[in-house]
Design a protein. Sequence first.
Length: 430
Amino acid sequence: MKIPNIMSLFFTLPPKKRILYGSLTALIGIIIFFFLMRTRSSTSNEIIVLPTKGEFTISITTTGELQAKNSIEIKGPEQARAAGIWQMKISNLIAEGTVVKKGEFVAELDKAEIANRLKESELSVQKLDAQFTQTILDSTLVLSQARDELVNLIFVLEEKKILLEQSTYEAPAVKRQAQIDYNRAERTIAQAKKNYITRTKQSIAKIQAVEADLLKERQKMEVMVTVLTQFTILAPADGMVVYAREWNGKKKIVGAMVSPWEPTVATLPDLTMMESITYVNEVDIQKIAVGQEVTLRLDADPNKKLSGSVTQVANIGEQRPNSDSKVFEVRILINDRDTTLRPAMTTSNEIRVARILHALSIPLEAVHTQDTVTYVYLKNGGIIKQEVKLGLQNDNAAIVLQGLTEKDEVYLSPPPDAATIKFHSLKVTL
């Protein structure tokens, strides 16, 4: 009954007033509409969660690379240093991942340098061999002359002896001179014999010195010949070839250098026992310990889950390429046997560092901090700021030690007018 009366009164008004009252009514309606929509939107955005009671795990996720725990190294020449070769360039390599049999070709090293050294060594051997022969001939000639001289002196001594015997009936002066000449001849022979012995020793020493140099150069040449054959690298056993890494982490390729101190060119991994090599930053390394359980996933097959355990944690950090902070190497042994695992595959490693069976936890999104106070927005009749005491945290949630129960309703995000909401400290609630 009232609506018709109002409408009839409205139409009895002058046209200008009808337009004014109509505009005001429409404006009020629009304002009420937007207010209702805003209230509905804010209400719909309020997400409430309940604290979770149950197992709480803390883990560290890292990226690792598979490698065989045990492997046979395929090395270059191990006697290269004895041959005077310090750097060897790889000139040929078979494709990584090739399955080879024992004795099959794996790699070839550049032979130019050792071939030149071998030629030089051969020339030195020839020179020393000629010198050795010449020394023997010279010694033979010198000693032969010494023997001839010694024989002549013996003849001279016999002549002096005859003269001495003949001087028996001569004057004392003649007899005395004959005796002196005989004695001088004896001393000359004795000195010649000593000189012959000395010359013999000198000749032997010269021959031995030249012979030692010759033997040394021959041994060096033999080593070079042996090393030269090792420049063609063959597989020491059956297996799949995996290239070794250089000091900068890059795998060896054609053109890479091999040294006597790092002669490994490739490896033949034992694929029945694999491990993941990963690196943990210095902030989290204190949480890692040998024996911790690990869940591994392959980047090549994310649906495949493997179990493992930490077997080794490095004591000293290192600076990895493209990393600004120090990291520590961690080795994770894979417990499962899987024939699809291959070296150099990338893994995602979830290392479980802590496990609490019965813990009350809430999402980290629901936790707020102001100054040093941690609190949540709790639905308790109205809305209150409830102080909480937290324990361990993982990437998604935190353990609540005090301030909440399983039945409490917690806002995941701050509600409207959060600044005006009353604060309840633990001292009040406890």
